[in-house]
Design a binder for this molecule. Structure first.
Ligand SMILES: [Zn+2]
Length: 318
């Protein structure tokens, strides 16, 4: 392994699949620093100065000030418009087939190297400032996973989270306030059909990423909520973390952990639950069964059934 190679657990999948909770649980383990959705750091952190998970604005958070200095000599030195331009040239769903084959034109290869080196420097700085061996990035987008897979300074491991698309579609249909800024704003909403198509694209893409040889572990949100401790043990092993006898932050009831104690952190962007600390329930959340109209449930199933079947969501137990 080249010197300075940084180990990263990249949490992938379509949003609303439990990635924030999973990221924060892994972040409770010793030697792990979970930093939220770094794909949004440039615009929402550096430019818009949105809130860090610790409650401070990005520009005033001591952790991110140190990371910016270690990675780039300070955030003022970062050309965010250049990062955005690079992203538009390499980090898009439409480039996934070419990224999967690895057959890139020399010029594209150079742009990809420049783009992913921004992330490599960022991850290395997070590891250095936090003193942790593993950085967890829950950016989720498959296209960024495909990009990072080619960066030699990153030891990338992908945790692909999958959740029943009917639950995901219900979640995307709801209006959710974003506590990330002082200005009232809401999280993006999708119609059930759009959410279903996004679910197909992202999940199929992660299946393809696994076939390129990238280390990838798939975990169903439903299995994780049924057996949090066992799931966390699997994830920790996959991420190369030492085995632990127990996870004291998981609280058992009747033998099965049903909640977790979460400490604060410095997540840079993500689901509003990134701000929640203390005791947090681990539950499957089945509201979609009664709150998502049956006609819409059928639309989602019709658009996603091949993958749903592959993941075991169409059987009697689903
Ligand atoms: Zn912070």
């Amino acid at each position: 392994m080249p010197a300075g190679r940084v180990r990263v657990l990249y949490v992938g999948g379509l949003g609303r699949s439990g990635s924030t909770l999973m990221e924060r649980l892994v972040g409770q383990l010793p030697g792990v620093c979970a930093v939220g959705e770094l794909v949004h750091l440039w615009e929402r952190g550096v430019v818009a100065d949105e809130r860090c998970g610790c409650g401070e604005s990005f520009g005033r958070c001591p952790f991110w000030l140190q990371v910016g200095k270690a990675a780039f000599g300070g955030w003022d030195e970062v050309d965010v418009s250049r990062v955005a331009a690079l992203r538009a040239r390499v980090d898009r769903n439409r480039f996934i087939p070419a990224l999967a084959r690895g057959h890139l034109r020399p010029q594209t290869r150079e742009l990809l190297a420049e783009y992913t080196s921004c992330y490599a420097r960022l991850y290395a700085a997070v590891a250095e400032v936090s003193g942790c061996d593993l950085v967890v990035d829950s950016s989720k987008h498959a296209s960024l996973g495909f990009c990072l897979r080619w960066q030699p300074d990153i030891d990338l491991r992908v945790l692909h989270l999958v959740r029943d698309p009917r639950a995901v579609a219900y979640s995307w249909s709801r209006q959710v306030l974003r506590p990330d800024t002082d200005r009232p704003s809401y999280m993006t909403r999708y119609s059930p059909a759009t959410a279903a198509m996004q679910w197909d694209i992202q999940n199929a893409a992660f299946g393809l990423l696994a076939r390129t040889g990238c280390p990838l572990m798939r975990l169903r949100y439903e299995d994780f909520t049924s057996e949090p401790e066992r799931s966390l043990r699997r994830v920790a092993g996959f991420a190369g973390l030492p085995a632990q006898d127990s996870y004291p932050f998981l609280t058992a009831a009747g033998g099965a952990p049903v909640s977790a104690w979460l400490d604060g952190g410095h997540s840079v962007s993500g689901n509003p639950m990134r701000f929640t600390t203390g005791q947090v329930p681990i539950s499957r959340d089945e509201k979609w069964r009664t709150h998502l109209p049956e006609a819409q449930q059928r639309v989602v199933t019709a658009l996603t059934w091949p993958l749903m079947a592959g993941y075991g969501y169409l059987g009697a137990a689903s």
